[in-house]
Design a protein around this ligand. Structure first.
Ligand code: AMP
Length: 211
């Protein structure tokens, strides 16, 4: 199964990507997670990417292309893959199409998780993430005092780009740069919109129904 998961920041891509990739036993490829890993390790790539990620701007395409090429050439994708956070603009989408075409691979589905803006702002302002297993939690009554991840005991962190000003900037960039990618895949007959509001399990069920 070869899947691309689209949606605004905070639509629930990361949470659903983990569940769906486990279910189909396919690698979950998150360009955001790869970038945060490189930034934490202070690699050359991480140093180039840091200012973009932290201010909510898109990282230049050449860095993203390098990440995707490296990930594809490292293998393990015979069963398929689930792309989360890539492609993020039209030039990445075209480049990815060309890359898959050269490898003789076709995408099966592009899922667009749809959530309204006020819900997104509320979710991202409350989001905390495990720095180790990448599980995502919300600071609500049951998770208010969490410091360690209940799944792996890793440190829970608030992402720098989950600050309100940066969230608003990321949403603007989503509208101008990433929304056209949904049209690109709709024209290819691959896009399915899925309502991203409601319980996590309910949203997973909606996604599985269209896969
Ligand atoms: P995400 O974890 O998908 O929300 O991504 C976090 C940040 O990483 C984004 O706001 C961008 O700065 C950067 N990023 C992730 N994926 C991409 C991509 N495909 N193209 C450009 N920048 C990206």
């Amino acid at each position: 199964m070869r899947i691309v998961l689209l949606g605004a920041p905070g639509a629930g891509k990361g949470t659903q990507a983990k569940i769906i990739s486990n279910k189909f036993n396919i690698p979950h490829i998150s360009t955001g997670d790869i970038l945060r890993h490189e930034i934490k390790g202070e690699s050359e790539l991480g140093k180039k990417a840091a200012e973009f990620v932290e201010s909510g701007k898109l990282v230049p395409d050449e860095i993203i292309v390098e990440i995707i090429k490296n990930r594809i050439s490292s293998g393990g994708l015979n069963n398929g893959f689930l792309m989360d956070g890539f492609p993020r603009n039209l030039s990445q989408a075209r480049m990815f199409s060309d890359m898959l075409g050269e490898l003789g691979i076709k995408l099966d589905r592009v899922i667009n998780i749809v959530v309204n803006e006020s819900e997104i702002i509320s979710r991202l302002s409350r989001r905390i993430t495990c720095s180790v297993c990448k599980s995502i939690f919300s600071v609500n009554n049951s998770h208010r005092n969490l410091e360690k991840c209940p799944n792996c005991n890793g440190d829970l962190i608030k992402r720098k780009d989950d600050d309100l000003k940066v969230i608003k900037h990321r949403l603007e960039i989503y509208e101008s740069e990433t929304r056209p990618v949904t049209d690109f895949y709709a024209d290819k007959g691959l896009l399915v919109n899925v309502d991203g509001c409601g319980e996590e399990k309910e949203i997973t069920k909606r996604i599985l129904e269209v896969l």
